[in-house]
Design a protein around this ligand. Structure first.
Ligand code: SF4
Length: 529
């Protein structure tokens, strides 16, 4: 049996234009001629690893992306590792927020990420290490990872705990393929990670907008954070007040600008069906955040409110003051919202991973909401233009690559969404770069400059130093995008360009002539650069 699977893998590896269509056609052909079912991904993965160990096969990223389990975890170009902070009180009083003993505020003990954290006693090193080995065991390339720190309001944890937590995450990555134990300070662990075998290319935290100020952004930069998720929920002050959110629309506007001026990627967590809201007011909130330049987030998480018993909102429900949206209302509302999201924004989620059995009632109980929304949009002949819906994933590029530059105003300055896309009607996003003009006196660390806030090349993960015939990574797409960004900055008379690079990406920018200044990779611009 082993040989049959191995021969099948070897046959696929030799195919000149291997893609998902070829993969399924070969599976069908083999199953028919041998009167058997398809090979499952587990047996294909094991056979692939065995062939690598025997050196009968060279690493083949395209093949790996087709046989790897849960492919969505890394076909956006990097593998994501979520790590939870320990349970800690939050000063917020939000009515919808669940409270459970020994679990971080706003999380529930039976959410998958929480269960994993509990089994590691919330230790950041153990959580990181165990996620890395789970990803590796299921065929994912883990040399570039995005760390997502979740678990309540990050800015309210003690400063010493924050530094220790992040240092342990870096240490776990640095030691993953190394026998040497490297427990030293955070700056040391960051330095080692620049050339480690598991590099952190993105580091995000989640916090409240009223906790963002100058001191906090400087602190986040020193910790190596590159992305901030703000619990915005709504931009309607009446709704925020009814839900005891404790922060205002003005906080959101101020935090968004400060974070963007310091180069952070800004993600909004938005909640539908808050107390006092209705589908029309929810849709209006999304129209506002994209039509008004004060907001315009880079990333978006749409969380339909999940009514759970251990929240204050449950009392409102029992008293008849609150009703969760039913499934159809929710699907219709999300479909409309998705159709108004612009090309520069990525919708990361449309539902939170809360087990259906703890949700009292409503459409949020549906576990395949994203698919149901897609079907609804198809029926209504409307489409979503967000980054995620245009990512090339493991498709073969159709037609030639084209460069697009989308310029827009956001938080009082110019933003450029520079992308390389192939295909005609259905654009396939191969990579993009987010560039911002940083005006005088808005960033005290680097001064006036052009700032690269995000650079992402899509397609299956390709290990550092390797190339693959079809995948987008390591094809010079990133370099081409950086060159265009430098040209835009030069044409506007900028003296320098800076990048809020994740620690693990610093080396890449060093090769392009950048050097580290005050936590940013920086390059002086001269007309002939
Ligand atoms: S701020 Fe977040 S964690 Fe704190 S009560 Fe509100 S929802 Fe819960």
């Amino acid at each position: 049996m082993n040989n049959i699977v191995e021969n099948f893998i070897i046959g696929l590896s030799k195919h000149p234009r291997l893609n998902s269509d070829v993969f399924f056609a070969e599976q069908r052909k083999f199953a028919k001629s041998n009167n058997r079912g398809f090979f499952n991904k587990d047996e294909l993965n094991k056979a692939y690893q065995k062939l690598l160990d025997k050196k009968t096969l060279k690493p083949n990223p395209t093949l790996l992306s087709l046989i790897r389990m849960k492919n969505t975890r890394s076909h956006s170009g990097i593998a994501v590792v979520s790590v939870l902070t320990k349970p800690y009180p939050c000063s917020g009083r939000c009515v919808y927020c669940p409270t459970q003993k020994d679990v971080p505020k706003s999380y529930l003990s039976n959410e998958p990420a929480v269960m994993r954290a509990i089994s590691c006693k919330y230790h950041p090193y153990r959580q990181t290490e165990s996620r890395l080995s789970a990803l590796e065991a299921t065929g994912h390339i883990i040399d570039k990872i995005s760390i997502r720190i979740i678990g309540g309001t990050w800015s309210e944890y003690p400063k010493r705990y924050q530094s220790w937590f992040i240092s342990q995450v870096f240490r776990a990555c640095n030691e993953y393929y190394s026998k040497e134990k490297l427990s030293l300070s955070l700056p040391h662990n960051q330095k080692v990670n620049e050339s480690a075998n598991v590099r952190i290319v993105e580091l995000s935290i989640e916090t409240r907008q009223d906790r963002i100020n100058y001191q906090e952004v400087i602190r986040l930069r020193n910790l190596g954070v590159t992305k901030v998720e703000l619990g915005v929920q709504s931009v309607d002050d009446n709704i925020l007040q009814m839900n005891s959110r404790g922060s205002s629309n003005a906080d959101t506007v101020r935090a968004t600008k400060l974070l963007k001026d310091y180069g952070f990627k800004v993600s909004y967590q938005m909640m539908l069906n808050l107390l006092g809201a209705n589908p029309a007011s929810d849709i209006n909130v999304f129209k506002t955040i994209f039509s008004q330049q004060d907001y315009r987030p880079d990333h978006l998480k749409i969380y339909p409110l999940a009514l759970v018993k251990n929240s204050k909102l449950y009392k409102h429900y029992v008293n008849g003051n609150f009703q969760p949206y039913d499934r159809n209302t929710l699907i219709k509302t999300i479909s409309t919202i998705k159709s108004i999201v612009p090309e520069y924004c990525r919708i990361e989620r449309v539902i939170r991973d809360i087990p259906a059995e703890v949700i009292v009632k409503g459409g949020a109980k549906s576990s395949n909401l994203r698919q149901e929304v897609q079907q609804k949009m198809k029926r209504l002949a409307i489409s979503c233009r967000c980054i995620r819906c245009r990512e090339i994933k493991d498709q073969t590029p159709l037609g030639i690559d084209r460069l697009y530059i989308n310029e827009y105003l956001a938080s009082d300055s110019q933003e450029y969404f520079i992308s390389i896309e192939s295909g005609t009607n259905t654009k396939q996003l191969r990579g993009f770069l987010r560039l911002r003009k940083v005006n005088e006196n808005t960033n005290m660390l680097v001064g006036a400059c052009y700032m690269v806030r995000e650079l992402h090349v899509y397609g299956p993960t390709v290990a550092i130093g390797e190339t693959d015939a079809l995948a987008s990574q390591h094809k010079g797409i990133g370099k081409r995008l950086v060159t265009v960004a430098e040209q835009i900055a030069l044409e506007d008379g900028a003296k320098k360009i800076c990048v809020i690079a994740g620690i693990g990406v610093r080396k890449y920018f060093k090769k392009l002539g950048y050097k580290l200044v005050n936590t940013y990779m920086t390059k002086d611009l001269k007309p002939d650069t």
